[in-house]
Design a protein around this ligand. Structure first.
Ligand code: ITT
Length: 183
């Protein structure tokens, strides 16, 4: 199994998860053009089709985003662009004085296997912290506190984040699918 991503933090999470399963995952470190679409699922389908047209087979891609309630789901499918432009500071400014801190993280995994494509979706709800906290993880991790917890994802180990995160949930669905395929 291969994962195609430019994001080392993402790869680390897959590596840790699949290593435990005894299924090593190979990293193809590459930035592929991401079509802008209204939903994460559409983005992933476009990415799968693009990479298949380039000859890639037996691989996964992961598209994720953070959806903030008080901003009507923004930045959502624009999470990458917003992170690079206004960053965590910009998001916190947009939420200045806002009491509703609710948000969700979504991951859609796209799999190409044996000529077919499959999607696996994982979500986790939580809140946006008032300031960045923690050194681990990547992206929006320092400002996101998952529901039922009091620390941000950036204050957790990869294993702990994987056990509760959007990506962890999507990876579990992928794992179930692969196990069924093997038996
Ligand atoms: P690839 O498309 O090459 O895989 P990317 O970093 O562009 O890498 P995404 O489009 O999925 O990946 O990510 C959108 C943004 O959301 C980007 O800024 C990420 O850093 C951030 N992000 C994704 N997953 C995250 C997670 O688990 N925790 C925090 N931030 C995350």
């Amino acid at each position: 199994m291969k994962i195609i991503t430019s994001n080392p933090g993402k790869y680390e999470e897959y590596h840790k998860f699949f290593e435990k399963m005894g299924l090593p995952i190979e990293w193809i470190r590459m930035k592929y053009p991401e079509l802008q679409a209204d939903t994460t699922e559409e983005v992933v389908i476009e990415s799968l089709n693009y990479l298949i047209s380039k000859g890639y087979r037996d691989f996964i891609v992961d598209d994720s985003g953070i959806f903030i309630d008080a901003l009507n789901g923004f930045p959502g499918v624009y999470s990458s662009y917003v992170y690079k432009t206004i960053g965590l500071g910009g998001i916190l400014k947009l939420l200045d004085g806002e009491k509703n801190r609710g948000a969700k993280f979504v991951t859609v995994i796209g799999l190409e296997l044996e000529g077919n494509t499959h999607l696996f979706v994982g979500e986790v709800r939580g809140t946006i912290n008032f300031k960045p906290q923690g050194e681990n993880g990547f992206g929006y991790d320092p400002i996101f506190i998952p529901e039922g917890h009091s620390r941000t994802f950036a204050e957790m180990s990869i294993e702990e984040k994987n056990s509760i995160s959007h990506r962890g949930r999507a990876m579990n669905k992928l794992k179930e699918f692969l196990i069924k395929k093997m038996i």
